[in-house]
Design a protein around this ligand. Structure first.
Ligand code: NAD
Length: 261
């Protein structure tokens, strides 16, 4: 028996998100900006949330969306954000590199607030609307560090592993209401967050930046290049499209083969 996908259909229709509302945290830069642009290009109305007010405004202007200047570490400030969104992209994140015994506790706490507590509070806020309409998509921008550890990144690795757990619980609870929740797990993406790390490591090791990329960052990746933010954004939009309703509770590595080791 042939399925309807064998019958001369050469490509699946792209996601049509017109009429859908999305909220992207950390939407002012890097992956979040690329996701906001890609969702808007698919027709969604996008709320761009970022602690950097200028960046949020610029991306909102670019995408025809709405900016929200909010520090996600401030639980009270999240109350200003809309609750009626159909697509929630938990993307905002930050890094701090230090050995455990020297890791500043306040920095650890801040990273958990932005990367774990804020996604939890935003889920609490937005799931009732998704449940009421019987459709919702949660895309958590995790990392290869949600699946694997690296030294000196205690707060980040702990936060991303926590986000993985939160995403799976969301998948289980949301299934009955047409809500899916998944993680995307990039390796190193060419964004300001990584460009900062390249510069820091070049200085710390006393080697040129291109050697940091090749020998430090891409050591475990089979594909020897950084990923572009648009490649991650494409996956996020696909998760909101017409062919992924049965895909939930998953973590999708876009890591150039890192986790194949
Ligand atoms: P980025 O620094 O380019 O962008 C992050 C955005 O989050 C910035 O606009 C920043 O202002 C915002 N942000 C930070 N703290 C915030 C806060 N307290 N409240 C509101 N907004 C805040 O970084 P990116 O590389 O695009 O990272 C986005 C996500 O992708 C992060 O969760 C990161 O962990 C994840 N990620 C990045 C890479 C990579 O290699 N760049 C790899 C895997 C996962």
């Amino acid at each position: 028996m042939t399925s309807r996908f064998d019958a001369g259909v050469t490509a699946p229709p792209a996601a049509d998100l017109s009429g859908r509302t999305a909220m992207v945290t950390g939407g002012g830069s890097g992956i979040g900006r690329a996701v906001a642009r890609a969702l808007a290009a698919a027709g969604a109305d996008v709320h761009v949330v970022d602690v950097d007010a200028e960046a949020a405004k610029a991306v909102a202007e670019d995408t025809g969306g709405r900016p929200h200047a909010v520090d996600l570490a401030d639980a009270g400030a999240l109350e200003q954000l809309p609750s009626e969104v159909d697509i929630l992209v938990n993307n905002a994140g930050l890094q701090h590199v230090a050995p455990l015994e020297a890791f500043p506790p306040e920095r650890f706490a801040q990273i958990q607030k932005v990367m774990v507590t804020a996604p939890f509070l935003l889920l609490r806020r937005t799931l009732p609307h998704m449940y009421a309409q019987g459709w919702g998509r949660v895309v958590n921008v995790s990392s290869v560090h949600g699946l694997r550890a690296s030294p000196y990144k205690a707060a980040y690795v702990a936060a991303k592993h926590a986000l993985e757990g939160l995403s799976k619980v969301t998948a289980l609870e949301g299934a009955a209401y047409g809500v899916t929740s998944n993680c995307v797990n990039p390796g190193y993406v060419r964004t300001p967050l990584v460009e900062g790390q390249i510069a820091d490591q070049a200085e710390a090791h006393g080697i040129p930046e291109e050697r940091v990329v090749r020998e430090v960052m891409l050591e475990r990746s089979a594909i020897k290049r950084l990923i572009e933010p648009e490649e991650v954004a494409g996956l996020a939009v696909w998760l909101c499209g017409p062919h992924t309703g049965y895909l939930t509770g998953a973590s999708l590595p876009v890591d150039g083969g890192w986790t194949a080791h």
